[in-house]
Design a protein around this ligand. Structure first.
Ligand code: CA
Ligand code: CA
Ligand code: CA
Ligand code: CA
Length: 382
């Protein structure tokens, strides 16, 4: 059975200074080559600022290699040197566009790539019983030996999709209605290849063989606002730390740290007086968690950023055409620009919002002639 197109009402600087020396990796004694201005000439480990390579950033400030001046959050990626220059967790990456899940109610669904200027490339037609909603990259090779995707298949199963379109269900969340009363929603691939999925009231970790482990639970009860914590609807992963962000449907936000199994509810949902409806979410390199959301009072759309200081969503980018309702979000890790699947009546589009500029326009749009189709999940490719 194909899902309805409508969403279920879930119920519905630093100082990136350029230095003219190579990191020496020598911390044993007097360092004659190290001439950075705040260095005493003694062993680097004695530097009071803790910035061993003097690139302006300590490990705490995001330096992913404190013995290498060519790696810091202020650097751009060199795609040929084999190191993670910009400290985003990806080595030698170059953003190359987005992959988009295209759900088609009266024919085969597909996943296609949009290049950096919005040209459709490499459209993969899926098995007929496969309906892609949330989308992420798979961590490793699939049945055909190539890489591919992980999808939420029709709100019921989590499946992998190979480059030849073969759709393989890993786990069906629709059969045990006691354990999974709400079905399954957002997904994200963790750094170690674990697939995370949210069942609204719990975070599920799915191994490549389909084994499911419930790794965190919370209270999701729309009939009891005082007890309700979060209806976790979408997930994203910080590619540097592996931290999982959980985006609630009613403005809630939480994190899960795979390393120590810690679930932290950062914003409890106020069901009776929500400030923001957060449709989905994504992580921005070095810049936290974002959501294409709706101001619950005015109905206006924005790209919101979760402000960790006051645990609230802050409107970050204006959404200029209110006819288009935003759905899912991907972020260009190199420029910080936003790519959002959006719908308006029979039309569906990938909308681009240029970071910090207020400029927004279609990257790609349908012709609006065919109903019951839509763009859903979207993910950056490198
Ligand atoms: Ca440093
Ligand atoms: Ca460094
Ligand atoms: Ca990188
Ligand atoms: Ca590099």
């Amino acid at each position: 059975m194909r899902p309805s197109l409508a969403l279920p009402l879930v119920l519905l600087a630093g100082c990136g200074q350029k230095l003219g020396f190579q990191p020496d990796g020598d911390d044993s004694a007097v360092d004659s080559r190290d001439t950075a201005p705040n260095d005493t000439g003694r062993d680097d480990t004695a530097d009071t600022d803790g910035d061993l390579d003097n690139d302006g950033y300590t490990v705490e400030e995001g330096d992913c290699d404190d013995n290498n001046v060519y790696a810091s959050p202020a650097r751009s990626e060199d795609v040929n040197d084999g190191i993670d220059n910009d400290c985003d967790g990806r080595i030698d990456e170059a953003w190359s566009g987005v992959d988009v899940a295209y759900g088609n109610d009266d024919g085969a669904s597909s996943i296609f790539h949009l290049d950096t200027i919005g040209r459709v490339q490499d459209e993969v037609t899926l098995d007929n019983d496969c309906y892609p909603l949330w989308l992420d990259h798979a961590a490793g090779p699939l049945s055909d030996g190539t890489d591919g995707w992980v999808i939420n298949n029709g709100y019921t199963t989590i499946a992998t999709v190979a480059r030849d379109g073969t759709c393989t269900d890993l786990f069906d969340f629709s059969e045990d209605t006691e354990a999974y009363p709400f079905g399954v929603y957002g997904i994200a691939t963790g750094l170690d290849g674990t697939i995370y999925a949210t069942t609204l009231s719990a975070l599920q970790a799915i191994a490549p063989d389909g084994t499911v482990t419930e790794v965190a639970t919370w209270t999701c009860d729309l009939y009891s606002p005082a007890d309700h914590e979060i209806a976790a609807y979408s997930l994203a992963v910080d590619p540097q730390t592996g931290e999982v962000g959980l985006f609630g449907y009613f403005g809630g936000f939480a994190t899960y740290e795979p390393d120590n199994g810690t679930f932290t509810l950062l914003a409890k949902e106020d069901l009776e007086n929500p400030a923001v409806y957060t449709n989905s979410g994504a992580h921005k390199d070095g810049g936290g968690w974002y959501s294409p959301g709706v101001d619950a009072t005015t109905g206006s759309y924005y790209i919101y950023r979760f402000n960790l200081q006051d645990s609230a969503w802050t409107a970050q980018e204006e959404w200029t055409d209110e006819d288009w309702s935003p759905f899912m979000l991907a972020i260009d890790g190199d420029t910080g620009d936003y790519y959002v699947t959006a719908n308006a009546g029979w039309y569906y589009t990938v909308w681009r919002v240029v970071s910090g500029s207020g400029y927004a326009a279609d990257l790609y749009t349908s012709d609006g002639t065919v109903p019951h189709r839509g763009f859903y999940g979207i993910v950056s490719t490198y």
